[in-house]
Design a protein around this ligand. Structure first.
Ligand code: GCU
Length: 325
């Protein structure tokens, strides 16, 4: 034996040479929130768990703050396999895969329990799996609370929205909702919103309380009116190009890590909602109580129309409502 092979043999015996990490699969995860956001923390947990469960095989690096592109760009990069993973939400995803629209209708959930019951039901699970032909699959839902209006004035009824330019996500359902409520919906990407509010390109927006604090929109919009019109889940999606190349063991590890991170987020979100609302108040944002009835009345035509134009979607929405009874 040569000296070299003797050295290698003894190194292996002594445990200096472990299996080379050649098989490790490196993945990028893109999202548009900051590292303080509970969804970032939950996805860090996802990455850690995926590494452990795959025995070091799956290595996920997270790119926050839309540094790889906004949600729409990231989704396109996921579709062509340039990015393995991206977090978006059901609103933006309905453009890429229609079935996500069912989550985006106003006042279909009674509360958080009803929301989770839906996500974990066959309805929620089937939607995640059903987008394979679009170049991605959903692997986890994350709580993003309820969305309410914020602006430079209180919005206590649809009448207050009249003539107001309200930023919405690029989603047909969101645009329709704002239209029937009497506002002028303005679709913009999330990253453009702070400046648009500041410069008066839009008069207001709608989101959960973290937008006011972690995204600092509360610096420019001083009234948060708790009308809680929608509960739109965040969704972690994965490129089918990347997914199809994974070993069965790694697929299993990723799905388990994803499920664990959904539960992690449930705990983190529940705590953060209150904390962020208190932080918003400290920033000088008035949190306004709202009677939801006039809003619920105003959106009824959406469902009357849906029943005729998209009976299958209407039926899904009815099934979601039934889960809350
Ligand atoms: C929520 C969601 C983001 C989304 C944002 C928006 O904060 O978590 O993924 O970008 O809404 O309104 O665009």
């Amino acid at each position: 034996k040569t000296l070299l092979s003797k050295m290698i043999a003894s190194a292996v015996i002594l445990g200096f040479v472990s299996t080379p990490a050649m098989s490790a699969v490196r993945m990028k995860l893109s999202h548009n929130q900051s590292v303080q956001h509970p969804v970032h923390i939950s996805m860090q947990y996802f990455a850690e768990r995926a590494k452990v469960l795959s025995k070091g095989d799956v290595l996920i690096r997270i790119y926050p703050d839309a540094s790889l592109g906004d949600q729409k760009d990231s989704l396109e990069q996921v579709q062509n396999g340039a990015i393995a993973l991206a977090k978006s939400n059901a609103s933006e995803l309905e453009v890429f895969h229609k079935p996500y629209s069912v989550f985006n209708y106003p006042y279909i959930f009674n509360d958080s329990n009803h929301f989770y019951k839906t996500l974990f039901s066959p309805i929620g699970k089937d939607i995640l799996a059903s987008s394979e032909s679009k170049g991605f699959i959903g692997i986890a839902y994350y709580d993003a609370g309820a969305r309410s209006f914020y602006a430079k004035k209180p919005i206590k009824s649809p009448a207050d929205l009249k003539g107001m330019k309200i930023r919405v996500q690029p989603s047909k359902t969101a645009i329709e909702m704002l239209t029937v409520m009497g506002a002028n919906p303005t679709p913009l990407s999330f990253g453009e919103l702070y400046t648009s509010l500041q410069q008066g390109v839009v008069d207001g927006a709608e989101n959960n309380p973290t937008a006011l604090t972690l995204n600092r929109h509360g610096e420019v919009a001083k009234f948060y009116s708790l009308d809680e019109h929608t509960m739109v889940p965040d969704v972690l999606v994965m490129s089918t190009k990347v997914w199809n190349k994974l070993s069965d063991a790694n697929k299993k590890a990723i799905l388990q890590a994803a499920e664990e991170s959904t539960n992690k987020m449930r705990t983190l979100w529940t705590a953060s909602e209150k904390v962020e609302l208190d932080k918003a108040k400290k920033m000088g944002v008035s949190v306004v109580a709202v009677d939801k009835k006039p809003f619920q009345e105003a959106v009824k035509p959406i469902f009357d129309k849906l029943k005729v134009t998209e009976p299958a979607t209407y039926e899904q929405v009815e099934k979601i409502r039934a889960l809350g009874r």
